[in-house]
Unconditional design. Structure first.
Length: 373
């Protein structure tokens, strides 16, 4: 028994030691193809006072004179820098890439954050303040704003409120009316699993109701991610589960300390209740359609976390100086990570140029696939 206890203790100590070894809390320097550090490049973790509290971001760029791209992660409260491990975008080669972790999320989580500050108005104000910090630091009058999922719900409201700060807004998996999106996802998954002949999952879905009247049942919230990943319509087309695709990669991020990695999950659990119900029932298309900044949407054809149909309909209703919608045929919820080469080309050739030459012809994004109208 003593030998077993000693062995388990040794394994535990080795595991803890390894975790600390891969958690130095600083991003690696950017390197060229030969493995050499790129002279003049930037790869750092920064903490600044935003909205009265310290908030952190990771900034990476081969050339800090490149256009600044501020990325708004999803959630609420779920950071996304970890995606660069398995789905590298390479955006730091073309942009000064800013992975800000929002109030209450990841590196910016603290038990001392006043709960009363976790409001939509404060999140919008924080985003504008971060943008102003970046504009001043890098000497750029306007920067690029990209929002993903929850970040798109936040980002599009920021773009409407402060258009003078931004070159353009890009909504990836643009939220419109999330409760309706959840109802549509439930219907899609029920049909998909019936077609597969998966009677067990069909029973689970039928016992996990979603409706516009009653909202999301606890059973649906427990089931939805697994059901989506089972048919390739979740966070990415190829993620098998939240554990292998999200939970484990977070623990491998060297830019995080061990406490940061713990705080990713603390922040997600703490932040979500402040915003989730209001976001579910808010219909952006009913109140926010006029913008004074170029608007671009990245839509994953296979996405069911956020309905591509609703994004398409919302896009058509938007009035903006210029706009472009891009359907990513091989993507689910995360086109920037799933098809980075195409996304980068669009950002460089259309978004930065104030053009839409690469935008799709008007297409419907139906549950049976994408087709020209």
């Amino acid at each position: 028994m003593t030998v077993v206890v000693l062995s388990l203790t040794a394994v535990l100590l080795i595991g803890v030691g390894y975790l600390f070894a891969i958690s130095p809390g600083r991003p690696a320097p950017l390197r060229d193809e030969a493995g050499n550090s790129i002279p003049g490049s930037l790869s750092e973790r920064v903490t600044v006072q935003i909205g009265g509290i310290p908030q952190s971001m990771i900034i990476q760029s081969v050339d800090p004179a490149n256009p600044v791209l501020l990325f708004l992660h999803g959630g609420p409260g779920m950071t996304e820098f970890f995606m660069e491990l398995d789905y590298p975008t390479g955006l730091e080669r073309h942009f000064t890439m800013v992975w800000w972790e929002q109030r209450g999320a990841g590196m910016s989580f603290s038990a001392d954050i006043p709960p009363e500050t976790m409001t939509m108005d404060q999140m919008i104000s924080d985003t504008i303040e971060v943008a102003d910090y970046l504009r001043k630091r890098f000497g750029q009058d306007r920067i690029l704003l990209v929002g993903h999922s929850w970040g798109s719900y936040l980002g599009i409201q920021v773009a409407e409120k402060a258009p003078d700060r931004f070159l353009a807004y890009v909504g990836m998996a643009q939220i419109v009316h999330q409760l309706l999106s959840e109802v549509m996802a439930h219907d899609f998954l029920l049909g998909a699993y019936k077609a597969r002949g998966d009677a067990g999952m069909v029973r689970k879905l039928e016992a996990a109701p979603v409706s516009m009247e009653d909202g999301l049942s606890p059973a649906w919230m427990r089931l939805r991610d697994a059901a989506m990943h089972g048919v390739g319509v979740g966070h990415t087309r190829d993620i098998d589960s939240v554990v292998t695709g999200i939970f484990l990669p977070v623990w491998r991020v060297r830019a995080y300390t061990v406490m940061d990695k713990i705080n990713v999950w603390r922040g997600k659990l703490w932040s979500r209740p402040f915003f989730w119900e209001d976001m579910l029932r808010d219909d952006l298309a009913a109140r926010l359609t006029e913008f004074h900044v170029p608007m671009y949407f990245f839509v994953g054809r296979h996405d069911r976390t956020v309905s591509p149909d609703l994004s398409r309909t919302y896009f058509d209703a938007i009035d903006a100086p210029i706009k472009g919608l891009y359907v990513f045929d091989n993507s689910a919820h995360s086109p920037l990570f799933e098809e980075p080469e195409r996304a980068t080309r669009i950002l460089l050739e259309d978004v930065l140029q104030g053009a839409n030459a690469l935008a799709d012809a008007k297409r419907s994004v139906g549950l049976g696939g994408v087709h020209d109208e």
